[in-house]
Design a protein around this ligand. Sequence first.
Ligand code: SAH
Length: 216
Amino acid sequence: MTDTYRHKGLRRQLASVLAKKGIINTEILTAVETIPRHLFIPDNALHKYAYEDKPFPIGAGQTISQPYTVAFQTQLLDLKPREKVLEIGTGSGYQTAVLLEMGVKVFSIERQKALFDRTKQLLPTLGYKTNLFYGDGYKGLPTYAPFDKIIVTAGAPYIPEDLLKQLKVGGILVIPVNEGDSQRMKKIIKKSATNFETEDLSLFRFVPLLKEKGRD
Ligand code: SAH
């Protein structure tokens, strides 16, 4: 579990790749330069590829999202310091760390027990204060609602009603929704309790947002 100057150099290169692909928010680029992504990938043999702009397996049939996808979704959230953010699909915790580097308060839900346990242990060792929950993301976290922003990091068959309810008026939900074999990224702004404005963005490929809670 070490971070080296070589890793730091590779992170700077990754940040410039993301900038060229259209990530203009400099705080996000700084987060990418800061966070040791290789430490979020459990298979040491993959560490040498950790700063390529690619997803990698993290166990339990899941993946750490591609850095461009993480940065793109984060940029769409239009974060302000100290906002309350709900993340669905903690996975490796990398997206969680990016959000925390942006100065917001994060609540994150994961349905795979093995990933939940590992990430709950990992994030504090890297200095991140976490609010992680083992449960079903479709239901959100009613106890801690409302949220300024909500980000879903798995491909959803539809937009869960509970998540729309748990968003503040003026808040933003960023969610990839199934369309054929891939997902259409959607940015949804809550204009009032009953009125939502949806912006359809480009297509991405995510692991599916699953209905039943895992039993591993
Ligand atoms: N943000 C993560 C992405 C991991 S992939 C990262 O960068 O590592 C998506 C994650 O969503 C997986 O870990 C998967 O187990 C989780 N997931 C799938 N369905 C879920 C659900 N209904 N509730 C919560 N998490 C879910």
